[in-house]
Ligand binder design. Structure first.
Ligand SMILES: *Cc1c(COP(=O)(O)O)cnc(C)c1O
Length: 390
C-alpha cells in the first residue's frame, strides 16, 4: 500500500533523543525545548515561539490570549481539519463559518462582505447584527500549505479590532512573494500563529505544536498559561487557570532534528507536486489544484480534482479504485458547518466548499515517495479513465 502521508525520519533524530535519555532530560525542561523554539523562530522570522504539546493546544491558548470569552464569536472556515473550530467551543464561544476560495482557504472576499454587511462597529468592537455577539477573532487556516490572502484581511481586522490567529499548522515553509508581505512566512502576519508537528505534518515531533508571535506580552503569557500558570513555582501559587500544555525535551529533540531537514523536505514536496501536476493534467477529467501565485507554497498536500463526467468515476468511486490498487487517498474533511456539534451555528453563503468537497481527493505525498510509486499512482489513475466496471 502506498500511504497518503507518513513521517520521514532520516537525520539526527536518534542521536538527539539518545542524548535526552542519556542525560535524563526527558520532560518539559531541557535544552532542546529552547533550541526548538529558537530555531522555529529563526526559520519563520517570528520573534517569539512557545512550544506546546500539539497544534490544537497552541490554538486553544492563542485564542485565550487574544481575549476570546464565553459568548463571543470567532470567524472560521468550513473547510479545515476541525481543531481550529473546536478550540472556539473550548472557550464557550461560537464559530461563524465561511466559504472557501479556489485554494481551499477561507474566502477573504466573502469574509469582508460579511463584516461589511452583517456586523456593526460599536465602542471599539465588532458585533454580529444577527446575534448581537462580539466578533473577537478570526482563524484563517493556510489549508494544505496554501497561503491565505492575508493583506486585505489584515487592514479590515485592524480597523474593526478583530484579532487574527493564524492556523499555520499545515503551512510551515510557505512564504509570501511580492507585495508588502514579500518574504514573510505564513503564521507570522497576524497577531499570533500556530504550528503543528503531528505525525502527518511536514515535520513531526510525534505530537507537538508552537505558538509564534512578535508580541512579547503574548509570548510571556503563552509561556505562563502553557505551564500551569505558576506565579510562584516554589510555593505553587497560581493567579490564573493554566494548562499542562508544554512540549517535552524528547519531542523537541525530534523537532530539532526534523527542522534540520525541512528545507530538503520542502524541495521534495514541491518537485513531486510539479511532477504530479504535469502528468495528472494530461489525464482527461483529472487535474491538480493550483497553489496561490502570491506565495511560494510548501506543497504539503496534493489536491487532485476529479470531473466525474469526463473521467467516468466520481471521487468516492476513484478512492475505492485506488484502494483496490494499493494506493491510499482521502477526500476533504467533512464540511465543519455540517458537523453534528455545529449544525446550529451561523454560516455565511457557503457554496464553493460543497463543490470542492465533491471533487477533491488527496493523493500520496510522503517525503520518501519514490518516482516508481508516483509512476504507479499516475498509471493507476490513467487506467481508471472511462473504466467500464462502475
Ligand atoms: C493538524 C492540524 C491541527 C492540529 O494539530 P495537532 O497537532 O494535531 O493538534 C490544527 N489545524 C489544522 C488545519 C491541522 O491540519
Amino acid at each position: 500500500m502506498i500511504p497518503i502521508s507518513i513521517p520521514h525520519i532520516a537525520g539526527n533524530e536518534w542521536r538527539y533523543i539518545k542524548e535526552c535519555l542519556d542525560t535524563a532530560w526527558v520532560s518539559s525542561v531541557g535544552k532542546y525545548v529552547d533550541k526548538f523554539e529558537e530555531e522555529v523562530c529563526g526559520f519563520t522570522g517570528a520573534k517569539y515561539g512557545v512550544a506546546c504539546v500539539n497544534g490544537t493546544a497552541a490554538l486553544h491558548v492563542a485564542l485565550r490570549l487574544v481575549g476570546v470569552e464565553p459568548g463571543d464569536e470567532v470567524i472560521v472556515p468550513s473547510v479545515t481539519f476541525i481543531a481550529p473550530v473546536n478550540v472556539v467551543r473550548y472557550l464557550s464561544a461560537e464559530p461563524v463559518f465561511m466559504d472557501c476560495d479556489e485554494f481551499y482557504n477561507i474566502y477573504i472576499t466573502k469574509v469582508l462582505e460579511f463584516i461589511d454587511h452583517e456586523t456593526v462597529f460599536r465602542k471599539g468592537y465588532t458585533y454580529n447584527k444577527r446575534t448581537n455577539r462580539c466578533i473577537r477573532a478570526i482563524i484563517p487556516v493556510h489549508v494544505f500549505g496554501n497561503a491565505v490572502r492575508m493583506l486585505p484581511l489584515k487592514s479590515v481586522c485592524q480597523k474593526r479590532n478583530i484579532k487574527i490567529v493564524e492556523d499555520a499548522t499545515e503551512s510551515l515553509g510557505t512564504v509570501y512573494s511580492g507585495g508588502s508581505l514579500n518574504g514573510r512566512h505564513t503564521g507570522t502576519t497576524g497577531d499570533l500563529g500556530c504550528f503543528s508537528f503531528n505525525g502527518n505534518k511536514i515535520i513531526t515531533t510525534g505530537g507537538g505544536g508552537m505558538i509564534v508571535t512578535d508580541n512579547k506580552d503574548y509570548s510571556d503569557r503563552a509561556r505562563y498559561l502553557t505551564m500551569q500558570a505558576k506565579d510562584d513555582g516554589i510555593r505553587y501559587v497560581h493567579d490564573d487557570i493554566g494548562y499542562n500544555y508544554r512540549l517535552t525535551n524528547i519531542q523537541a529533540a525530534l523537532g530539532v532534528a526534523q527542522l534540520e531537514q525541512l528545507p530538503g523536505f520542502i524541495k521534495v514536496k514541491r518537485s513531486n507536486y510539479e511532477l504530479y501536476k504535469q502528468r495528472l493534467d494530461e489525464i482527461p477529467g483529472l487535474g491538480l489544484a493550483e497553489t496561490p501565485d502570491y506565495a511560494v507554497s510548501n506543497c504539503w498536500y496534493y489536491c487532485m480534482q476529479v470531473d466525474r463526467t469526463t473521467y467516468g468515476m466520481d471521487r468516492e468511486q476513484l478512492m475505492i479504485y485506488l484502494q483496490e490498487n494499493g494506493i491510499q487517498s482521502r477526500p476533504l474533511w467533512q464540511l465543519n458547518h455540517q458537523q453534528k456539534p455545529y449544525l446550529e451555528c451561523q454560516s455565511y453563503h457557503i457554496e464553493r466548499a460543497h463543490i470542492l468537497l465533491e471533487k477533491t481527493l488527496n493523493i500520496p505525498c510522503s517525503i520518501d515517495l519514490t518516482s516508481r510509486q508516483i509512476n504507479k499512482v499516475i498509471r493507476t489513475l490513467r487506467s481508471g479513465y472511462k473504466r467500464k466496471s462502475f
